[in-house]
Structures are given as C-alpha cells and as structure tokens.
Design a protein around this ligand. Structure first.
Ligand code: HEC
Length: 194
C-alpha cells in the first residue's frame, strides 16, 4: 500500500513537471501599450487639482453645450430624466447625512442625491464628466467643454456664479456644500460607525 502511494505520488510530481515545462514563459499575444495609449487613459483628477489639463470654461459657455449634449438625458435644468438628477442643493448643512439621509428621504424623488448636496470635491465632477459623459459618447468632450459643463453644474447648484471661469487653478478651490460631512474612515473594526 505504501509503495502504491509512493508510485502515485511520483507520477503526480512527474505530471506536474511536464506541465510546468510545456507552459511557455511568454504567450506572444498583445502588444506593449504606447505612451499615447497610456496618456489617453491616464486622466484621473485628484481633489487637489493634480491631473487637471489646461483649459477654461464658465457656466455661460457651458449652457449651450449642456442643452445639446446632456439635457436629453438629464433634463433641461438638470432635474433628471433617463439619467440622474444633477441639480438640487438641498438639503444643505442642517439635514441628516449618510444612512440617516437615506432613511429621512425615504426614496422621495424630490430630494435626490446630487452633486450639490452629496459630492465632496468639485474636481470629481470634471474627472467623471470627462471620462464617462455623455453616456452615449464618453471621451468626446474637450477640456474647455468639460470645464464649461463643470461650471454650469456648479452654478446650477448655486455653488459658483454664472460668470466664474473654472480652470486648473479655480476648480480645486471650490468648496462643496457636503465637503465637511465626509470624515476620514478611522474605524478600528467592530461596531464603530461614524
Ligand atoms: C444617453 C444619456 C446620457 C447623456 C446624453 C448624458 N448622461 Fe450623464 N448620466 C447618464 C446616466 C445613465 C448616468 C448614471 C450613470 C451611473 O450611475 O452609472 C449619468 C450620470 C451622470 C453624472 C453623475 C451623477 C451622480 O450624482 O452620480 C453626471 C455628473 C453626469 N451624468 C453629467 C453629464 C453631463 C455633463 C452630460 C453632457 C455632456 C451628460 N451627463 C450626458 C446618462 C446620460
């Protein structure tokens, strides 16, 4: 019996060795990404503004672009439609937040989560719109168009004025209404929830 097991084990080792020898180190498929291809994907923007491209745009400049490229899904004034509501600043500081807010709003469509009441960083609007919108043709907006649309969304949410230009300098300085409501997650495990 012991001998049989030994033979079986030896056979297994031999099979594994053959398998290891026959799998190539490289499969020879794919090509190395070019610097241009990497640059096209490397478009993340950080809360401090790192990654924002040159360019500029105001809400006034953004209005016609929004009407043409965004309104069909998000409504003429950002009230929502096939796509999410994008405008709606209430509830501001006084309202409940997080799971409390979810319970308080109880699915009410008149108090949706929006940029105005929930997003902590203005730079995320630029990042998200440039990478994901319009949902039917993501990646087609220029930097100027994206700044102008970001400005339009911020102005509609009553966070900046219609004439303020958003660019790599001004956008990171915009303080979002919900900014202070996010806290670093320093939970230690267990039941602590902040
Ligand atoms: C074809 C429909 C469509 C068009 C056109 C469109 N969107 Fe969207 N948008 C969506 C959908 C659907 C979502 C939700 C995506 C998800 O949650 O994954 C969304 C989400 C968003 C969000 C995130 C909202 C949130 O609070 O999470 C923003 C901001 C946004 N769109 C901006 C724009 C802008 C600016 C334009 C115009 C350049 C645009 N969208 C055009 C369908 C569209």
């Amino acid at each position: 019996m012991t001998r049989l097991l030994t033979i079986a084990a030896a056979l297994l080792v031999a099979t594994a060795l053959i398998a290891a020898q026959s799998s190539p180190k490289r499969y020879g498929i794919g090509t190395p990404a070019t610097p241009d291809q990497i640059a096209a994907l490397d478009i993340d923007v950080r809360p401090d503004g790192m990654g924002l491209p040159p360019g500029s745009g105001s809400a006034r400049e953004g209005a016609p672009i929004y009407a043409q490229k965004c309104a069909p899904c998000h409504g003429a004034n950002g009230e929502g439609g096939a796509g999410d509501a994008l405008v709606g600043a209430a509830p501001r500081d006084g309202a409940p937040f997080g799971p409390e807010y979810e319970r308080w709003r109880n699915g009410r469509p008149d108090v949706p989560f929006t940029i105005g009441n929930y997003w902590p960083y203005a730079t995320t609007i630029f990042d998200y719109v440039r990478r994901a919108m319009p949902a039917s043709a993501p990646g087609t907006l220029t930097a100027d168009e994206t700044y102008a649309l970001t400005a339009w969304l911020l102005a509609k949410n009553e966070i900046i004025s219609e004439s303020e230009a958003m660019n790599a300098e001004t956008l990171p300085r915009v303080r979002m209404p919900a900014r202070a409501r996010f806290v670093p997650d320093n939970r230690k495990g267990g039941s602590e929830v902040r």
